[in-house]
Structures are given as structure tokens and as C-alpha cells.
Design a protein around this ligand. Structure first.
Ligand code: UDP
Length: 237
């Protein structure tokens, strides 16, 4: 597999083309960003941890019958993925109130949400990823109603699989964000990554934060927390 040109540089990952038009390479960098890129730091080892963590989670989801973009690990920080036409809509599921939900609605952080909530956000940095609803996505052509229905179903299945996985390892899966794309056959496939950069994880007993909120809130020990999550799940680093 030959790495060709840089296709896209995001805040934490760079995407490269390869000699296979159906395959891309995701490079997980150490860059850690928050507040729409206002706060950026290099955190040693984070790229490697997130690459391995993501592959571990995607393999669990594949085993549960959920199609993902991941193909195979290429190096400590690089993974080969299937090329998808990405849908510019982020799907967020919440099992406990935190983050923007608390800020927006004034509800109590940590309140259990049953059933889990489901929200859509437009992936647009310039607009600060505004919250949207299904009719916006459909009328502006970001996704069809059928695609949105599938994304919602798949997100719910991911939640069921991962809630249990983290619970077994003594953690609460508070919330997370997923992105989907369409493959060459027109099938909706889970894309992007699943790592502590894009989810909230709390220790079940102490509710200690083990995710990117440590970076957002300047709590320190960010990489140590990511390593702890990986170690509790049995991800070999
Ligand atoms: N999230 C993300 N990327 C984004 C926005 C949110 O990965 O651009 C994740 C975030 O880490 C959290 C969940 O989605 O696990 C819900 O985020 P929220 O809406 O609470 O926003 P935030 O508090 O991160 O601004």
C-alpha cells in the first residue's frame, strides 16, 4: 500500500490518498484541540493511543455486525480505511447529561438520561457545528431521510454495544459523537474514529473524568487517563 498525497488535514487526524482509489490512510496526530481549535496542544503518545484504541473499538463493533470504515492498522499511528463519501452530520448520543446539553438546557451534569437522547450537529467549523434537526439535513441535502433513519438506528446499536463494554470495565459511557459515510455500494458505514477525544467516559464509582474533558477543563493527566481507559479495556499499547 503506497501513501500518496494529503487529502485533508483535520484537527487531530490527517487523511492521505493511496495507490488504491478505494482506500485512504488515517494518520492520528498528537494534536489535541478544543473550543473550535482555539486551544491546541501536542500531547505525547496521544496519536498512538487513539489509533490503537479506535481499532480496538471498531473491531468490537464489526464483531457486533456494524459496518465500519476501518480496514487494518498500518503503523503505531496510521490505519488503512475504506474510502467513504462522508455525510457532514455528527450524531451525538447521551446516556448522562454533560457538556453542551448542560450549558444549553441548564440541566444537572450527571443526570441519567433514559432513554438516551439523540442529536444531530452540522459539521461546519466556521459555524461552530450548530445543532440541526432532520428536516434541516434533508432540505439542505446533507443527508436523506433514509440515511438519517439508518444513522439513528446504527448509533443506537453502537451505544448498546459500547455502553456494555465500558460498563464491564468500570466506566460510564456518558456521551459520544459518531460520523457516517456512504461507501461505493451506497451503504451507510460508520466512519471517522471512536476514541476518548470524541466521547465522555467517567469512572463508575468516583465519576472521575477519563476523556477529553480533562484537556478542555485543564484538569491535567489527559494522556494518563486515555492510557487508563485503554488498559482497563485490555487494549495493548
Ligand atoms: N464531540 C465531538 N466533536 C465535536 C463535538 C462533540 O467529538 O465536534 C463529542 C464530545 O466529545 C462529547 C459529545 O460529542 O463526547 C457531546 O459533545 P457536546 O455536544 O456536549 O459538546 P462539547 O461539550 O464537547 O462542546
Amino acid at each position: 500500500m503506497e501513501k500518496r498525497t494529503e487529502l485533508y488535514r483535520g484537527k487531530a487526524k490527517t487523511v492521505y490518498t493511496t495507490d488504491d482509489p478505494e482506500r485512504l490512510i488515517l494518520h492520528f496526530r498528537n494534536d489535541t484541540s478544543a473550543f473550535d481549535g482555539e486551544k491546541v496542544e501536542q500531547l505525547e503518545r496521544k496519536g498512538m493511543i487513539n489509533n490503537k484504541f479506535n481499532n480496538f473499538i471498531m473491531a468490537k463493533l464489526e464483531a457486533a455486525g456494524i459496518a465500519t470504515q476501518t480496514d487494518k492498522v498500518l503503523s503505531e499511528t496510521e490505519t488503512l480505511v475504506k474510502r467513504l463519501d462522508m455525510i457532514p452530520v455528527e450524531c451525538v448520543v447521551r446516556n448522562y447529561a454533560a457538556g453542551s446539553l448542560v450549558r444549553r438546557l441548564g440541566v444537572t451534569e450527571g443526570q441519567e438520561l433514559t432513554p438516551a437522547t439523540f442529536e444531530l450537529f452540522l459539521k461546519d467549523d466556521a459555524l461552530h457545528d450548530p445543532m440541526i434537526n432532520e428536516s434541516h439535513a434533508v432540505v439542505f441535502g446533507w443527508a436523506t431521510a433514509e440515511q438519517l433513519a439508518q444513522m439513528k438506528t446504527l448509533t443506537g446499536r453502537v451505544n448498546e454495544v459500547l455502553k456494555q463494554l465500558f460498563d464491564d470495565a468500570g466506566m460510564l459511557l456518558v456521551d459520544f459523537k459518531l460520523e457516517f459515510g456512504v461507501d461505493a455500494n451506497g451503504t451507510i458505514v460508520l466512519g471517522d474514529e471512536f476514541s476518548p477525544d470524541g466521547c465522555r467516559l467517567w469512572d463508575k464509582e468516583t465519576r472521575k473524568k477519563l476523556d477529553k474533558d480533562r484537556f478542555r477543563q485543564g484538569l491535567g493527566g489527559v494522556v494518563e487517563a486515555y492510557e487508563e481507559v485503554a488498559q482497563r479495556l485490555g487494549v495493548s499499547l
